[in-house]
Design a protein around this ligand. Structure first.
Ligand SMILES: [Fe+2]
Length: 342
């Protein structure tokens, strides 16, 4: 579910409940029965049921003369208007994160990750314009273009198409696409190919950098990570050639699943959703950690940023959209620009 879906569901539910409880309490007061406590009635308003509370006060003529209700209920409404504006901005303010890395090739790669069907909040053109402004040599999409809980394939394909019009665009699957049936997966991947996206499923292509030097761009299917197919892909890379591997899930670097690749681009952990303090982007080995990953791991190490491990450099994007946890704080949706230079 996305930010707005959860927000609307939450506010509608708590406001209906609050409105009803104010009515129930009024009725109990008239009949001199056991009451709903004032603490509960105010707490409901403070936790989001403020419109229901105001409506309940006026419709049921209840608590309208109590000073604490006259102050705290409207105050809670103002607080929640601020909170919704704040979270909307936090979830929709698209930023560009720049990294540069010294290696043997010269080129600029723009990475888009974990869109989760969220692009309509800006529209595809706005995202594509911002990507085009970065002058990418290549664009890579590192999985979860769709969200499996409410997949919108047409939206995902539109996003991919708008990117593929800018420059050569490569795609690798994430865990959300792999939740589709095999037939639906095949149809989705074919739709990507039809709009000009190059799908990499346990395969690599040889690309050239700005100086005409060849390098490997490989894509590891999400289900092949840490399996013989994944290891075989890396073993197949030509020697003495810089290799860039697209693989959705960064945490597998610790078990050696990416050993042998020079650079890995990943996503999946959504920056840990809520980040405390300085993001530290661009810092060497910042190994960013957020509060909770989509896998419900608290303070999962390396939820975003740059690290090196077992001779491999890895960049993990905070991604653009959300999946099961719908809110981001201090963790804006990001476009990653990786400048490789010799
Ligand atoms: Fe994701």
């Amino acid at each position: 579910m996305q930010f707005w879906h959860w927000t609307i569901v939450y506010y509608v539910a708590i406001n209906i409940m609050t409105f009803i409880l104010y009515g129930v309490d009024k009725k109990k007061a008239k009949n001199h029965k056991w009451r709903v406590s004032e603490f509960t009635l105010i707490a409901l308003a403070m936790t989001g049921g403020c419109i229901g509370a105001i409506a309940g006060m006026f419709v049921w003529h209840h608590k309208t003369k109590k000073t604490k209700f006259r102050i705290l209920v409207p105050l809670s409404l103002l607080l929640h208007i601020f909170l919704v504006c704040f979270l909307t901005y936090q979830n929709n303010h698209l930023v560009v994160t720049n990294y540069s890395y010294k290696t043997d090739i010269n080129c600029r790669i723009v990475q888009i990750s974990d869109v989760h069907n969220m692009v309509p909040y800006w529209d595809d053109d706005a995202l594509a314009r911002k990507v085009a402004e970065q002058n990418p040599d290549y664009i890579v999409i590192t999985g979860d273009l769709v969200d499996s809980t409410h997949p919108d394939i047409d939206s995902a394909i539109r996003t991919a198409e708008s990117l593929a019009k800018i420059t050569d665009t490569y795609y690798v699957t994430g865990n959300h696409e792999k939740r589709f049936s095999e037939a639906k997966q095949a149809e989705f991947l074919q739709s990507l190919r039809d709009v000009g996206v190059i799908v990499l499923q346990d395969e690599y292509v040889l690309l050239t950098d700005n100086s005409g030097r060849e390098f490997v761009l490989a894509g590891m299917d999400n289900d092949s990570i840490g399996t013989p197919a994944g290891y075989a892909l890396i073993e197949s890379f030509p020697e003495q050639t810089v290799s860039i591997l697209l693989a959705h899930q960064p945490q597998y670097i610790y078990s050696g699943a990416y050993e042998g690749a020079d650079i890995v681009l990943s996503g999946h952990l959504h920056g840990g959703q809520i980040v405390f303090g300085d993001l530290g982007n661009g810092m060497p080995n910042n190994r960013g950690t957020g509060l909770i990953s989509p896998e419900f791991v608290f303070f999962q190490e390396f939820s975003y940023g740059f690290m090196t491990e077992r001779g491999t450099a890895m960049y993990t994007s905070r991604g653009i959209g959300n999946s099961i946890i719908p809110w981001r704080i201090n963790n804006y949706p990001e476009i990653v620009v990786l400048t490789l230079h010799s």
